[in-house]
Design a protein around this ligand. Structure first.
Ligand code: AMP
Length: 515
């Protein structure tokens, strides 16, 4: 088995690794560090949780330990899709460089330019940035990239999802042709393949885990749920969520609750709080200081429930998350793997529980095809086939905000957005459509066809120059636009009522439940 001491890392880096408690390199580290130290380009196909951050940071800082940065001319560049991921990489960098005299700057949106300018002016060895903010600094003439010797692209597949590929191509072109590139992606969509063929030179390819694997140490379950009435679906789903949390009891020490839409992140978080659960939201529309405060609280254990969008929580490394709740089935099957990968980390057991309404059954099929297993069906913790619904006199919580609206005709979108969407299709994993194993027969629920919910229409950010928004805040919006459009059903304008179907709960007595 490879040891860290076999890898030719700087002794001061080895000391920091030992102090971090790492004993042996992970497969991606054992595979990527030697060629990176030889100056070769590396193409790492690995998900978060595999130790990929150290696999590029450790060789990078070993190589940078010699030499010094000049003002405004960083010697290396790490590009991350989200602010949170960039901040996490910066924290890792601090851990591993604690015995070295290297400087860094973190360039992310939502933070004033002034402080970032000061750091750049002094000269930094490592620049860790989101693409939009980096280009903004470059265009303001504050940054010279001609001294970049090593460039890292982290989570390229997420960059693709978020429409950052044109920015990445631009940044590649802004750096010297002779730079060394370390490129990481969980999947290899054709668009990613194209970029690597264009900008990497004879890369050493290291693949450590299949994209569709979900940890064996994560217990999974899905609750098939149909609301008593369409306009009560959101409220009843929140009732169900609380019941699912309660059913886990003390085993649920903390949890990330994923929603597909930012609007739901806010609503679910507010609702949980109102019912006495310690919850806070995180998504791209919240200001950076609030996002940081929330994450710090969750990491330190003072906040129990983090209600999150995919983008905001992507790649987050909180070692002890006991549960993940999927309030919605993700509309991108691959996100399921990323979401549930937030629990069961560092060898711990984890549990991932999802709610699936009839509208999401198609997405559930996609998830099961991707993970090549059937996710066991859970019993409704509230009993029966439907949860206790508010009595007719009870005013549903903000129904106008959440009642699904019939879909509008498809909008024509800009060329650039469409361009971003095209590879989005390709980003779908090309796993062979394997039949899920019949470990447990799926509950066949005879459902009426419900109208597809229209994805939230948040305004895309306009940038200052009136062009395509490049503020990092855009990320969630772009993401949703991409994803939402993939899932629209444009033939579902009709409103579907109960018809001849009488839900079972009508015959039951139940306590009134207000959300
Ligand atoms: P990453 O995939 O980079 O997000 O890393 C996932 C987690 O694994 C982080 O908490 C790292 O601190 C941790 N980690 C990385 N490398 C090692 C290692 N060789 N041994 C133990 N833990 C590690």
């Amino acid at each position: 088995m490879t040891k860290f001491s076999d890898l030719n890392l700087n002794p001061k880096v080895l000391k920091a690794i030992e102090e971090a408690g790492y004993e042996t390199p992970t497969p991606i580290q054992a595979g990527a560090i030697p060629p990176a130290l030889e100056g070769k380009d590396v193409l790492g196909i690995a998900q978060t949780g595999t130790g990929k951050t150290a696999s590029f940071t450790l060789p990078m800082i070993t190589m940078l330990a010699r030499g010094r940065a000049r003002a405004r001319m960083p010697r290396s560049l790490v590009l991350c899709p989200t602010r949170e991921l960039a901040a996490q990489v910066a924290a890792n960098f601090d851990t591993y460089t604690k015995h070295l005299n290297l400087t860094k700057a973190l360039l992310i949106g939502g933070v004033s330019f002034g402080e970032q300018d000061k750091l750049i002016d002094k000269g930094v060895d490592v620049l860790i940035a989101t693409p939009g903010r980096l280009i903004d600094h470059f265009e303001r003439g504050k940054l010279i990239l001609s001294d970049v010797k090593i460039m890292v692209v982290d989570e390229a597949d997420r960059m693709l999802d978020m429409g950052f590929i044109p920015d990445i191509e631009r940044i590649f072109q802004m750096t010297p042709f002779t730079r060394q590139t370390l490129f990481f992606s969980a999947t290899m969509a054709p668009e990613i393949e194209r970029i690597t063929n264009t900008f990497l030179s004879a890369p050493v390819r290291i693949e450590v885990a299949r994209q569709a694997t979900t940890g064996e140490n994560i217990t999974q379950g899905v609750l098939m749920f149909k609301a008593s009435r369409k306009d009560r679906e959101a409220t009843e789903k929140r009732n169900i969520l609380r019941a699912l949390i309660d059913a886990e009891g003390d085993k649920c020490t903390n949890a990330i609750i994923f929603c597909n839409r930012k609007m739901d992140v806010d609503t679910v978080s507010k609702s949980l709080k109102k019912h006495g659960y310690d919850a806070a939201p995180i998504h791209g529309d919240l200001d950076q200081s609030q996002r940081t405060k929330t994450l710090d609280g969750f990491r330190s254990g003072t906040l129990r429930f983090l209600v999150a969008s995919d983008v905001a929580a992507r790649g987050l490394d909180v070692p002890a998350v006991s549960h993940v709740f999927n309030f919605d089935v993700p509309s991108h099957a691959e996100d399921y793997v990323h979401r549930i990968g937030r629990t069961g980390r560092a060898g711990r057991d984890g549990k991932a529980i999802m709610i699936c309404v009839p509208r999401d059954e198609k997405n559930l099929e996609d998830v099961e095809r991707l993970v090549q297993r059937e996710i066991p069906r859970l019993d409704n913790p509230l009993g029966g086939s439907a949860p206790a619904a508010p009595q007719a006199t009870t005013k549903p919580e903000a129904p106008e905000a959440e009642a699904p609206k019939p879909d509008k005709p498809k909008r024509t979108r800009s060329r650039s957005r469409k361009k971003d969407d095209a590879p989005q299709q390709d980003a779908k994993p090309n796993t062979a459509p394997a039949k899920p194993k019949p470990e447990e027969a799926p509950q066949k629920v005879a459902e009426q066809e419900a109208p597809k919910e229209k994805p939230a229409e948040d305004k895309p950010q306009q940038n200052r120059r009136g062009g395509r928004g490049r503020n990092d805040n855009r990320s969630d919006d772009a993401n949703r636009q991409n994803r939402g459009d993939n899932n629209r059903n444009h033939n579902d304008n009709k409103v579907v009522g109960l018809g001849d179907h009488t839900p079972e709960f009508i015959g039951l007595s139940f306590a009134e439940r207000r959300d």
